[in-house]
Design a protein. Structure first.
Length: 253
C-alpha cells in the first residue's frame, strides 16, 4: 500500500468535542480532508453549525451536535445519537477544554472544580460513552497541554492539574482497552497555537514566551491537526498509550 494511503480515514466516523473554535475546528477540517465523516460537538451550537457548514462547502461530510461533556448523560446521549445516525464511532477527539488563571491562594473550590469537570472528567465521560460502541481499530486522542509537563509563568493550577490527569488517563485507558478491545488511546500535548485561549493572555505574555520556542514562533493549527491525523489513522496503528508533544520545543527549555 502506498505510504500516503496509510493516512486515509475513508468511511471512518469521528467525534470532536470542543469543535466550535480554534484547534477543534482545525481537527475537524483535517479529519474531514482525510476522508472521515466528522461530528462537531460542543455547547455553542450556533458556532458549530457554521463550522460544519464550512466543511460541507468544501465537499466534506460534517454534522453538528450539542454536548456538555461535564454531564455524563449528555455524553451518553451524544454517542447514542452518532451511532443511530451513522452506525459507528471510530474516532474520538477529546478536545473540549476551559482554562483559568487564578492564584492558588484565592482560587475557589467552584473555580477549580469547573475546570476539572470539563477538561478531565469530561474526557473520561466521553471515552466511557464512546468506548461502548467502538470496534477494534478505533482510536481515542485526548488533547492535553504542555502545561502538563512544564510551567509557563501563569497561575494555572486547575488547568495544569487537569491536563496532567489526562496523560495518566490516557495511559490507563490504553492499558485497559488496547489489548482487550483493540482501541488505541493516545494524547497530544500542544504548545502555543492561535486560539481563543491564547487571545485572552495579557498583552506581552506570548512575546515573553517566545524565547522558549526553539522554532521561534507559535504553531500553525494545521501542524497540530496533522499530528492528530497520523495518530488516528492506520499510519499510527502501532502507537498507543503515548503523549505526543507538539510545542516547538517549549517543554524542554
Amino acid at each position: 500500500m502506498p505510504i500516503l494511503d496509510e493516512f486515509r480515514l475513508t468511511d471512518r466516523v469521528a467525534i470532536i468535542t470542543g469543535a466550535s473554535s480554534g484547534l477543534g475546528i482545525a481537527f475537524a477540517q483535517a479529519l474531514s480532508e482525510a476522508g472521515a465523516t466528522v461530528v462537531l460537538a460542543a455547547r455553542r451550537t450556533d458556532r458549530l453549525a457554521a463550522a460544519a457548514g464550512s466543511i460541507q462547502d468544501n465537499g466534506g461530510q460534517a454534522v453538528s451536535m450539542a454536548v456538555d461533556v461535564a454531564d455524563p448523560k449528555s455524553c451518553t446521549a451524544l454517542a447514542t445519537a452518532v451511532v443511530a445516525d451513522f452506525g459507528r464511532i471510530d474516532i474520538l477527539v477529546n478536545n473540549a477544554g476551559v482554562g483559568t488563571a487564578y492564584p492558588a491562594s484565592r482560587e475557589t473550590p467552584e473555580q477549580f472544580r469547573s475546570v476539572i469537570d470539563v477538561n478531565l472528567n469530561g474526557s473520561y465521560w466521553m471515552a466511557q460513552a464512546c468506548g461502548q460502541h467502538m470496534q477494534p481499530g478505533s482510536s481515542i486522542v485526548n488533547i492535553s497541554s504542555i502545561l502538563a509537563l512544564t510551567t509557563a509563568g501563569l497561575p494555572q493550577a486547575a488547568y495544569s492539574a487537569s491536563k496532567s490527569g489526562l496523560i495518566g488517563l490516557t495511559r490507563d485507558l490504553a492499558n485497559q482497552w488496547t489489548g482487550r478491545k483493540g482501541i488505541r488511546v493516545n494524547a497530544i500535548a500542544p504548545g502555543y497555537f492561535p486560539t481563543e485561549m491564547t487571545d485572552q493572555y495579557r498583552p506581552g505574555y506570548l512575546d515573553s514566551m517566545r524565547s522558549r520556542m526553539l522554532i521561534s514562533r507559535m504553531g500553525r493549527l494545521e501542524e497540530c491537526a496533522a499530528t492528530l491525523v497520523w495518530l488516528v489513522s492506520p499510519a499510527g496503528g502501532y502507537v498507543t498509550g503515548q503523549t505526543i508533544v507538539v510545542d516547538g520545543g517549549v517543554s524542554i527549555t
